[in-house]
Design a protein around this ligand. Structure first.
Ligand SMILES: *[C@@H]1O[C@H](CO)[C@@H](O)[C@H](O)[C@H]1NC(C)=O
Ligand SMILES: *[C@@H]1O[C@H](CO)[C@@H](O)[C@H](O)[C@H]1NC(C)=O
Ligand SMILES: *[C@@H]1O[C@H](CO)[C@@H](O)[C@H](O)[C@H]1NC(C)=O
Ligand SMILES: *[C@@H]1O[C@H](CO)[C@@H](O)[C@H](O)[C@H]1NC(C)=O
Ligand SMILES: *[C@@H]1O[C@H](CO)[C@@H](O)[C@H](O)[C@H]1NC(C)=O
Ligand SMILES: *[C@@H]1O[C@H](CO)[C@@H](O)[C@H](O)[C@H]1NC(C)=O
Ligand SMILES: *[C@@H]1O[C@H](CO)[C@@H](O)[C@H](O)[C@H]1NC(C)=O
Ligand SMILES: *[C@@H]1O[C@H](CO)[C@@H](O)[C@H](O)[C@H]1NC(C)=O
Length: 605
């Protein structure tokens, strides 16, 4: 089948916006759409720091200015913020002088802007924006190129064991103004504390406070320098920890058997206090159909209620807040208690409705939803039935089924759900992933559902975990992803030729695997790369209506196994010994996803 270019990729904004066409050309592909704050010190401050280091003279308090620079657009929207940092020089161990010549942040580049902050006082000009990212153009090609980049020089062959964050290291108290985006450069260092000059290290980042959890965006400049961006909404000022873990070095997570290469060491835990400035962020709105055109999400979990006495019930559930406990606008809309998350909820560039049984039945009535994916779909479908549609008697759904469900409270309301497991062409086996399509019988099984006069109105796909085990490298997976895209193009074409309405296709990205699974064949580094590749192939094939970024949603909860058994976030509640040895487990991360699926389905009615 010929590919069809980006024919039906919906967001016209993707085409028209100059923001999205601008690129950094970097591996992590993270094109900033909003404000980028470049952390900067003026020359004298830097000199003071270096001299103070040399003389070991107690500690010094300095004010360092950071300023916003809307890189993506123009330089009119300058936002300036001030950070107060107390430096305890006796703690300083990094050899800063070593980095002066090759400082990860090129200060001269921003010299013209530096003039504006010589007073060190905040000037609050334009509106701020949320930190955001987008898929890098040609992400697969660029990833392959970076991965194959030749070594040779010692700084390329050297292996990262440490990092230096010139603007944070050695400082006792870091205070940042809420609302602003702070981008901090950092440098990968080898055993001898020498800078490495190739990228590809996989850092896990976490910014956590009492009522906030997010994954700071990491950019890889491909030359040993990286940056991360911090942003907290002004409603959530207070104490935070920024944690950085070096999980894999130089693309080693992408290997066929990555386990023995895992580094997995926490290299920073930095306390940060966010204080209230005068910055204001645009208020989130409930997600509309066009919001799902964004293929990489940079969301956060926020907390709006808490019951310290909450205990697991006999049926394994955490009914910590009353089921009617309301959402706080704008972070969600509906009843937060129904998530059973003890107050946590996820939002991204928009926020989500949490559905009642009535509203979800109303929206699903007469629909035909087709799922194609791994066992996470099996869990999600059961959870949708049990928790949202209020059909508690379905204790599990099989890997393959096609069923009409009826609203027990209103028999006139029906929904047809079809689900085909894609971990293997044989429903009882595993670890083929997209390669399951090489089996003709399996291809025909799928096609069968799209041959009649009525076809599914929406397809929700995922893939990844089984692929992580099957494909020996990225090149091979990319070929598999391309084939899968062409297979679906063929199905869509046949539907279109028969004059029927072509189903909307949503890709639900693969989870960030949790706890012990972080170092295995389906580790987060590989799953994130596989997500980019498959999303790119589906977009190029012109069949994708949107993305639900479950990777970003699961990431803040993937450091241990409280919310997943490693590979599933939606296992049925059970008051039983869990993977981490404790009794019970949390299932709200999948429940959040399930509500988001309903947001997609209901927004596209
Ligand atoms: C600076 O750090 C040293 C070493 O940890 C500590 O002994 C000292 O009390 C600190 N000084 C201040 C002012 O925090
Ligand atoms: C810092 O690095 C410079 C340049 O690599 C080196 O000459 C100097 O000896 C180092 N200083 C310390 C204290 O390690
Ligand atoms: C690494 O690349 C970035 C972006 O291209 C550049 O700003 C920086 O100066 C480079 N760093 C080094 C050490 O070459
Ligand atoms: C820093 O940026 C300036 C201006 O863009 C450029 O001329 C210079 O080569 C850069 N320096 C480094 C070390 O990348
Ligand atoms: C992507 O790759 C194509 C084909 O190699 C090339 O023509 C195009 O310029 C690339 N786009 C970007 C933004 O790198
Ligand atoms: C930060 O981490 C420390 C040590 O793990 C912990 O005691 C503290 O509660 C954390 N602070 C926040 C705000 O999470
Ligand atoms: C929630 O959504 C409903 C329907 O869209 C709307 O009428 C209501 O005002 C919203 N509630 C809040 C708190 O935003
Ligand atoms: C599927 O795999 C099972 C277990 O290996 C095997 O017994 C069964 O025959 C296979 N089914 C098909 C249709 O190949």
């Amino acid at each position: 089948m010929p590919e069809k270019g980006a024919m039906s990729w919906p967001s016209s904004s993707l085409k028209s916006s100059p923001l999205l066409q601008w690129r950094l050309g970097l591996l992590t592909a993270l094109v900033l759409v909003g404000m980028v704050v470049i952390w900067s010190m003026d020359a004298t401050t830097m000199k003071n720091l270096v001299e103070a280091t040399k003389s070991q003279q107690g500690y010094l308090t300095t004010k360092v200015s950071a300023f916003a620079n809307n890189l993506a657009q123009n330089h009119e929207n300058l936002g300036v913020s001030t950070a107060h940092i107390v430096v305890n020089q006796t703690l300083k161990e990094t050899n800063l002088t070593q980095f002066d010549s090759r400082n990860p942040v090129n200060h001269t580049q921003y010299e013209s802007l530096s003039d504006q902050k010589s007073t060190g006082v905040s000037v609050i000009p334009a509106s701020l924006n949320w930190v955001s990212a987008n898929l890098e153009p040609n992400v697969t090609m660029n990833l392959l190129a970076k991965w194959l980049a030749p070594g040779g020089e010692p700084c390329k062959v050297a292996r990262t064991v440490e990092i230096a964050i010139p603007d944070l290291d050695g400082k006792d108290l870091i205070e940042l103004s809420a609302g602003e985006i702070y981008e901090f450069g950092f440098q990968a260092l080898d055993e001898a504390k020498k800078p490495r000059c190739l990228g590809g290290d996989y850092f896990e980042t976490d910014l956590s406070g009492e009522s906030w959890k997010s994954r700071p965006l990491v950019k890889d400049f491909g030359n040993g320098s990286y940056s991360f961006s911090l942003q907290v909404h002004p409603d959530f000022v207070g104490s935070y920890n920024l944690t950085i873990i070096l999980l894999f070095r130089h693309f080693e997570g992408l290997k066929f058997s990555p386990h023995r290469f895992a580094y997995d060491r926490e290299i920073r835990k930095i306390p940060i206090r966010f204080y209230k400035g005068s910055a204001q962020l645009p208020e989130l709105k409930v997600c509309k159909e066009s919001d799902f055109g964004r293929d990489v999400w940079t969301g956060r979990w926020t907390r709006h209620g808490k019951n310290d006495e909450c205990e697991i019930s006999n049926d394994g559930r955490y009914r910590c807040l009353a089921s009617s406990f309301p959402c706080q606008s704008p972070w969600c809309n509906g009843s937060l208690g129904s998530l059973e998350s003890n107050g946590w909820v996820y939002s991204t560039h928009c926020s989500f409705r949490l559905f009642s049984a009535d509203s979800s039945w109303k929206c699903l009535n007469n629909r035909w939803i087709f799922f194609w994916g791994d066992s996470n779909h099996v869990d999600s479908i059961r959870n949708i039935l049990n928790f949202i549609l209020d059909v508690p008697e379905i204790h599990s759904v099989p890997r393959r089924f096609d069923t009409h469900f009826t609203n027990p409270k209103d028999p006139s309301q029906k929904v047809r759900i079809t689900s085909i497991f894609n971990g293997h062409w044989n429903e009882t086996q595993n670890y083929q992933g997209l390669n399951s399509l090489k089996d003709e019988g399996f291809r025909n099984l799928i096609k069968k559902y799209f041959l009649e006069d009525k076809v599914p109105d929406t397809i929700i796909m995922n893939s990844g975990l089984h692929d992580g085990i099957f494909w020996s490298n990225i090149r091979a997976f990319s070929a598999g992803a391309k084939y899968a895209a062409s297979f679906w193009v063929e199905i869509m074409e046949s539907i279109r030729q028969r004059g029927l309405v072509v189903p909307k296709v949503f890709y639900r990205t693969t989870i960030a695997t949790g706890g012990y699974a972080r170092t295995l064949a389906f580790n987060p580094s590989k799953m994130e790369a596989f997500n980019w590749i498959l999303v790119e192939k589906l977009k190029q094939a012109g069949i994708l209506s949107g993305v639900i970024d479950n990777f970003d949603m699961t990431f803040p909860w993937h450091f241990d196994n409280r919310c997943s058994d490693g590979v599933h976030y939606g296992r049925a509640p059970a008051r039983a010994k869990w993977r981490d040895g404790l009794i019970g487990h949390h299932y709200f991360v999948d429940l959040m996803l399930d509500h988001i699926l309903l947001n997609v389905l209901c927004a596209t009615r």
